[in-house]
Design a protein around this ligand. Structure first.
Ligand code: NAP
Length: 333
């Protein structure tokens, strides 16, 4: 049996290019005692992959040149020599951008797919959904009546943060890069206000929608947007630093916030969140989010592209705003 995999050929110097990757096909090894063979069905394209393509270690080691590109993926066990995993079971984990993965089971999560799509376990019920849940609830500490502003709001993290904030009784403002994304936030996700940051002035709109300031700013994009949000904080505000996608292609020259003294005058706080710090609490969060989906309180949007050969082009969509919803590469149905 042959395995096709996407390899990191070299590191991007700025934007991701197709030449950063190679696609290789090779014979699969036999699995050994304690191992399992997983047929990968869905690959999650996440903004963090750009950071993992850099050299060095941040919260996780950079991908080695020549290694399979690290991705969260989900699939079905087709051979098992590990008593903890049965053939036919579904699992997810850092299985990489490839058709098959041999694993000793470490770090894998069992997936119960009854009543949910497999791909949801890479999005709303997977790492990004957990980021939204713990980022908002643990770092944002929402209280009913708070005004929450979310940038990158139409992505899986942002749209989930906003919908959980609505469940918690907050007023929710989101910014996103197109009218269609803003319409989705208002009409499907129940946001109170949406700002198209490409055609509207965020500062002006925030002053209109949150005249008494923003209690929680959930930052997915960083850069000048963070600066504008800082100018609009209410007293006691919490700023959740979740990501900075506007900066990922040039981290050596990252735009730092100029208005950080607003944290002082607002008596606010600014927290970073890394979703992996909450792994032990993921199962209870998955259960709660699944209930919210089932009773219609949370809507999920996915953007699916087919075929491993489209890995590079699909990944690049995240940094141009072409994706609309959780970006999934489906390579096997
Ligand atoms: P996502 O929002 O779908 O990310 C892609 C979107 O980002 C694009 O569609 C685009 O939307 C927006 N974007 C791209 N370039 C931009 C720019 N220059 N300025 C403003 N917006 C830009 O992805 P996600 O999975 O939901 O992740 C959202 C954020 O959470 C990312 O920053 C990610 O790194 C972070 N994250 C953090 C953790 C953690 O543990 N801290 C875990 C997971 C994710 P528009 O069309 O609206 O511009």
């Amino acid at each position: 049996m042959k395995n096709t995999k996407v390899i990191l050929a070299n590191r991007p110097k700025g934007e991701i290019e197709d030449t950063n990757f190679d696609i290789k096909t090779e014979e699969l090894k036999e699995i050994k005692e304690g191992e399992i063979l997983i047929e990968i069905h869905d690959i999650s394209l996440d903004p963090a992959i750009r950071g993992w393509m850099n050299e060095g270690t941040t919260y996780i080691k950079g991908i080695e040149i020549g290694a399979v590109v690290r991705t969260f993926s989900a699939g079905k066990i087709i051979q098992s020599k590990n008593p903890k995993f049965k053939e036919g079971d579904y699992v997810s984990g850092l299985l990489g951008a490839q058709n098959y993965c041999i694993s000793n089971g470490e770090g894998l999560s069992h997936i119960n797919i009854s009543g949910s799509k497999l791909s949801h376990h890479l999005g709303i019920l997977g790492m990004p959904g957990m980021t939204a849940y713990f980022g908002l609830l643990k770092s944002g500490e929402p209280v009913s009546g708070d005004v929450v502003y979310i940038s990158g709001a139409a992505g899986i993290v942002g749209s989930t943060v906003g919908q959980i904030a609505k469940i918690k009784g907050c007023t929710v403002i989101g910014s996103a890069g197109s009218d269609a994304k803003c319409k989705f936030l208002l009409e499907e996700c129940g946001f109170d206000y949406a700002i198209n940051y490409k055609t509207e002035d965020i500062d002006q709109q925030l002053k209109k929608y949150a005249p008494n300031g923003v209690h929680i700013y959930y930052d997915n994009v960083g850069g000048p947007t963070l600066d504008i949000a800082l100018l609009n904080l209410a007293r006691g505000a919490r700023v959740v630093i979740c990501g900075a996608i506007s900066q990922y292609n040039d981290m050596a020259n990252i735009y730092g916030p100029k208005n950080y003294m607003k944290i002082v005058t607002a008596r606010g706080k600014m927290n970073g969140i890394i979703v992996f710090d909450y792994v032990e609490q993921w199962p209870s969060a998955v259960k709660e989010i699944a209930e919210w989906i089932n009773d219609g309180q949370i809507k999920v949007k996915e953007h699916t592209v087919l075929g491993l050969e489209n890995f590079s082009k699909t990944l690049q969509m995240l940094y141009t705003g072409e994706n609309f919803g959780k970006l999934i590469l489906n390579i096997h149905s």
